[in-house]
Design a protein around this ligand. Structure first.
Ligand code: HSE
Length: 435
């Protein structure tokens, strides 16, 4: 028989919404199994909710409206599933300073105040775990922090927002406009009533900050992540991608960039990109998430699964909770994250990217030369040009090699001013093929 610690590991749960209620259910129904895995009973000591009278399904003696008091009570681990910055930040700092471990799914808080929370955890010797904050059920942060701790990660790139992936997948399959597709996604419950955090890329930017911080041992905040959402994507962008056998995805891209003089920096960005339909991320449809990790020794790794929802996200929370509880039973703490590399974050303008530009131009001699001249002036090398004729207009598609993003943006601005250019139909960054 395995040895058991008699005193229970006491857990405070803050928040009982979609994920919290699933966590409470698993904790209450699976107590014996959890005790066996942890080596001590895991006891749900209290649940803080805004309106205790609205939760008849939960044991009433556990409910409280006073989250601050619950945090300060005799508990070992605080599980936070409320979200937002204040007052949650204060409660979690209090918990960590008192040596209580924290499990949270609060990406916005971590992307803004991760350094402060991590410092508090390090000082008191508590655990700070947040697997549920990025890509729901997918085990991703622990592999970055622990399994790959001896490797050198060069890139983390993926689909980390299910709402926008659902919308882009639907636009791709139906050819419908962004507005129509968003309306349908809201009706089906895939998009929130206020979808701005998802469609404007804030949710993905917070996740990119968390991923870049762990991957590159560097503290990156959400404000340092370049962000473009999918609000500006229209049916002509999707159609332009389709004509080239590509599709459009909103990607979070975190890279270690080495300059010619050998100095290193980190690039973290979220924006729509065209990728080939043969790319593995192109096949990730609907509300699923998928993340590529590239490391020097490990090579390419891919993580795929459900990135949201009550039960999948609760799985990540319970995994963290069991890890933190086991550490308590063993009398220590788990592996901590490190930010020792402290690499600078490279501004988007200096980040090497590639563009796909689709133009409607006059169809007469010298037009291609004029367009190409603008690229040359900005030092942007062209990788491919394709022309399609329609009466007096020609559709010109230009795909570039890698160039600093600012040079590409300036090129597009100047090209759009040319008399021979009737319309800039689509401008999109390109990923997933040789530069
Ligand atoms: N709103 C997120 C999404 C899920 O659409 O993927 C929570 O991170």
């Amino acid at each position: 028989m395995s040895e058991r610690r008699e005193s229970p590991v006491r857990v405070a749960l803050l928040g009982c919404g979609t994920v919290g209620s699933e966590v409470a259910r698993l904790l209450l129904n699976g107590a014996d199994e959890l005790a066996a895995r942890v080596g001590a009973p895991v006891e749900l000591a209290g649940i803080a909710v805004r309106r205790p009278d609205k939760h008849p399904e939960l044991p009433q003696q556990l409910l409280t409206a006073d989250a601050g008091e619950l945090v300060e009570s005799d508990v070992d681990i605080v599980v936070e599933l409320i979200g937002g910055i204040e007052p949650v930040r204060g409660w979690l700092l209090t918990a960590l300073r008192q040596g209580k471990s924290v499990v949270t799914g609060n990406k916005a808080l971590l992307a803004e105040h991760g350094g402060e929370l991590s410092a508090a955890a390090n000082e008191s010797g508590a655990d700070l775990y947040y697997e549920a904050s990025v890509a729901g059920a997918i085990p991703l942060l622990r592999p970055l922090r622990e399994s790959l701790a001896g490797d050198r990660i060069t890139r983390v790139m993926g689909i980390v927002n299910g709402t926008t992936n659902f919308i882009l997948s639907a636009m791709d399959s139906t050819g419908a406009s962004y507005a129509e597709t968003l309306e349908e996604a809201t009706r089906l419950g895939y998009a929130e009533a206020d979808p701005s955090a998802d469609v404007e890329g804030y949710d993905a930017a917070s996740k990119a900050a968390i991923l870049a911080s762990l991957a590159f041992h560097t503290r990156v905040t959400a404000a340092e992540v370049y962000r473009e959402g999918i609000v500006g994507i229209n049916a002509s962008d999707i159609a332009a991608a389709k004509r080239l056998n590509r599709t459009v995805k909103l990607l979070a891209i975190c890279e270690r960039v080495t300059a010619d003089d050998g100095t290193e920096s980190v690039s973290a960005r979220v924006h729509p990109v065209m990728i080939p339909r043969t790319h593995q991320l192109a096949g990730v449809g609907g509300a699923f998430n998928a993340v590529y990790v590239e490391a020097e020794a490990a090579g390419e790794l891919m993580f795929y699964g459900q990135g949201a929802g009550g039960a999948p996200t609760a799985s990540a929370v319970l995994g963290d909770l069991v890890a933190a509880a086991r550490n308590r039973v063993a009398g220590g703490r788990g592996p901590r994250e490190s930010a020792h590399a402290a690499l600078p974050v490279r501004p988007m303008g200096q980040t090497p990217t590639r563009y796909h530009i689709s133009l409607d131009v006059a169809d007469r001699p010298g037009v291609l030369a004029q367009v190409a001249q603008v690229f040359a002036v900005h030092g942007v090398s062209i990788a491919a040009v394709r022309q399609r004729d329609e009466r007096s207009t020609a559709s010109l598609v230009v795909v570039t090699h890698l160039a600093p993003d600012a040079a590409l943006e300036a090129t597009v601005d100047e090209v759009s001013e040319l008399d021979v250019v009737r319309e800039v139909v689509s401008v999109m960054r390109v990923e997933g093929e040789d530069s």
